[in-house]
Design a protein around this ligand. Structure first.
Ligand SMILES: [Zn+2]
Length: 394
């Protein structure tokens, strides 16, 4: 026995009774004699809801037997059942799905762009268009959005019916049928005729509104993301709240946020330049102080959790003042940084010798060298050894 598809008779039917006509998967899946649960297909996700109080997790159509199968959260032994549709989920799908029909028709009318794919997801809804993304300028997208919404607000009746082959031949279909047998056509005045088995509002006004969120190049095609109805309202609410929070943070009106942000960005760039200058100057002062306190112009120092760039700059500053810097850095890695004027001491050679004695690697120029050793525990001994060699050679 096949399943009578109530969603085709009345897309607004939310509660009905039915008989179980078949079971499988230990009773987790049941087929009904009549069902308004829409099975996944044509880009529209499956309905959810409950059957005798048990949650319906998925709905699929078996084309061979013409049955609709309902996957349940728990097995059900009853034969007579009461069904309740998750209407919020279904109506959301109806808004997005019908919005897609209108949007695809508008793209065809204004951009001669055919729709090649439709995806209705929980978070985003997209169509793929056979058109290069460069052709879809902001102005053309705005025109498509405006045409779509004008059709929505005209509140045209949406006519969905099965047609005879003779009738079908007389209808200019935007989307040809993908199924064999009787063809169901969904029509909106003269604006759009599509072969479609999905659920739709009674009239275009049910879509509420449609907003194009963004486009994305997909090879030679373009993906267009859009939202309709309740999703558009929630998106607007979220964006409004986000802008209001930003405006409050900046203590400005919403239309002044961009200018406030620009001022912040300029101030941040100025502050960053000042900080770089001050940091550079501070490292010069620090180098002079370290050198003044050092024994024989050799500054030996083990740093912990300091930026490598700062340690290198400090070493370079000491070398520029005529001293020798032998630095260890115990951070995420154990590192050595040596610097001198390169006259009496070849930093690269000394560093290579020291790090290889502790199982590490490194090297560099006569004036500055850098390397790492496996254990930070060895850094004091490595520095001591380097200092001894420097003092012996000068
Ligand atoms: Zn459709």
């Amino acid at each position: 026995m096949s399943t009578e598809r109530l969603y085709w008779l009345d897309a607004y039917l939310r509660e009905w009774s039915a008989q179980v006509v078949d079971r499988r998967a230990d009773g987790h899946e049941i087929a009904l004699d009549r069902s308004a649960f829409y099975p996944e297909g044509g880009g529209q996700p499956a309905d959810h809801g409950s059957i005798n109080g048990v949650a319906v997790l998925d709905v699929q159509s078996d084309e061979d037997t013409d049955r609709v199968w309902h996957r349940l959260a728990a097995p059900l032994a009853d034969d007579a059942v009461s069904c309740v549709l998750d209407w919020e989920r279904r109506f959301d799908h109806m808004q997005q799905h019908h919005g897609q029909h209108l949007l695809s028709a508008a793209f065809e009318e204004l951009c001669q762009a055919r729709t090649t794919a439709f995806h209705l997801g929980a978070d985003s809804t997209t169509i793929d268009l056979a058109i290069d993304s460069d052709a879809l300028t902001p102005e053309r997208l705005a025109a498509v959005e405006e045409l779509t919404n004008s059709v929505i607000w005209a509140d045209h009746p949406i006519l969905a019916r099965f047609v005879t082959p003779a009738e079908l031949a007389s209808i200019r279909l935007r989307k040809p049928p993908t199924v064999s047998g009787p063809v169901r056509v969904v029509s909106v005045a003269d604006f759009d005729h599509s072969a479609c088995g999905g659920t739709h509002p009674r009239s275009t006004g049910g879509v509420g509104m449609l907003h194009i969120r963004r486009t994305e190049r997909r090879g030679t095609e373009t993906r267009v993301e859009f939202i309709c109805g309740g999703r558009a309202m929630r998106d607007l609410r979220w964006k409004n709240a986000t802008l209001a929070r930003l405006a409050a943070d900046f203590s400005v009106a919403v239309d002044e946020i961009e200018a406030a942000f620009e001022r912040l960005r300029t101030a941040e760039a100025t502050a960053r330049r000042s900080l770089e200058h001050a940091t550079k100057r501070l490292l010069q002062v620090e180098a002079a102080e370290l050198l003044a306190a050092a024994d024989g112009g050799v500054v030996v120092q083990l740093w912990r959790d300091r930026e490598l760039d700062a340690v290198r700059a400090l070493a370079g500053n000491i070398a520029a003042l005529g001293g020798v810097a032998l630095f260890g850095l115990a951070g995420a890695k154990a590192q050595l940084v040596f610097a001198s004027d390169g006259q009496q001491l070849h930093c690269g050679n000394l560093l290579r010798e020291i790090v290889s004695a502790y199982g590490g690697r490194g090297g560099g120029a006569p004036t500055q060298a850098q390397g790492g050793i496996p254990s930070a525990d060895d850094l004091p001994a490595a520095l001591e050894q380097a200092a001894a060699q420097v003092r012996a050679s000068v």
